[in-house]
Design a protein around this ligand. Sequence first.
Ligand SMILES: Nc1ncnc2c1ncn2[C@@H]1O[C@H](COP(=O)(O)OP(=O)(O)OP(=O)(O)O)[C@@H](O)[C@H]1O
Ligand SMILES: O=C(O)C[C@@H](O)[C@H](O)C(=O)CO
Length: 336
Amino acid sequence: MTYVAFPSSKELDFTAIGRLCIDLNANEINRPMEQTSTFTKYVGGSPANITIGLSRLGLKTAFIGKIADDQMGRFIEDYLTRNGIETGNVVTDRTGAVTGLAFTEIKSPTDCSILMYRDNAADLKLTPGEVREDVIARSKMLLISGTALAASPSREAVFLALDYAKKHGCVIAFDLDFRPYTWTSAEETAVYYNLAAEKCDIILGTREEFDMMERFEQNPERSDQVTASKWFRHSAQIVIIKHGKDGSIAYTKDGQEHRAQTFPAKVVKTFGAGDSYAAGFLYGLMQGWTLEKSMEYGSAAACIVISSHSCSDAMPTSAQVDDYIARCERGEITAN
Ligand SMILES: Nc1ncnc2c1ncn2[C@@H]1O[C@H](COP(=O)(O)OP(=O)(O)OP(=O)(O)O)[C@@H](O)[C@H]1O
Ligand SMILES: O=C(O)C[C@@H](O)[C@H](O)C(=O)CO
């Protein structure tokens, strides 16, 4: 059964728009930030991580975003280029904006948090005029990410990208990627998330992210089924609701539910699970696999990333995902 049809004639498989930033991940893990002295620098930001993931899996990818005119901005652009991602629509800020920094605290494999430095962040300065229609026109899929909706002009840039995607028959995926620190009001957050989600074919989020969007609605049981059915009255064909190590459920417009197994992992830290899951899942969907197989691939990719120190750098290749699944089947990997 095919739930979304990707336009086969287009040259780029995947384009994402949104946040490009830096992760500084604690080297001394299993302790609070106060006791951490050194960090390793990686490219970060959910849509960047997903694009890197899809490029590692072998797809032709591009990114639309804005970087600071400094060493961090140049590091990000260089990393994307070295990973085979087209950066012609990554523009450089000239107003003195800075690169967003995410310091990660790894207190234990299940207790992780992120300390953000995002004042005057360059990624939120992307203007509608800087979004190139031709890049979206050449893409089979556009991915948007919620954080880019948090402020103008990046918010309007994303809505224009959605219009271009609709015009050019691009499949649209929305990773909700709700980061509370970027937003100022709960009402504003829900309004813009809902406006964007109405236009998307595939919506991926956690139960908590959908709860945030449902603040004006009735879903007292926090039912995934009720959540998904709302979006099928708009553009959605697939709604995925993620539940951490308990797995994920994909709902489809034909009323079906699809579940996939999760895999054991020796977890180092939890962040990056959602981004690697999205990369693996969207890759499978583009290969024409079943939803179950695509979700399983996402789950295995997530296990690889949460067992590693980084998010972007740890994004696996197909060979690594296949190998992980095979080792799990042979009982060689157990959870910690
Ligand atoms: N501890 C775990 N063990 C095995 N698989 C996991 C674990 N945590 C997450 N996963 C896999 O990753 C997928 C996505 O994880 P999760 O629901 O935590 O997303 P998320 O909250 O968006 O992640 P992030 O922490 O990156 O924001 C899950 O559906 C599951 O397949
Ligand atoms: O920008 C953030 O919010 C942090 C990300 O850079 C980080 O890579 C992450 O949390 C991945 O989900």
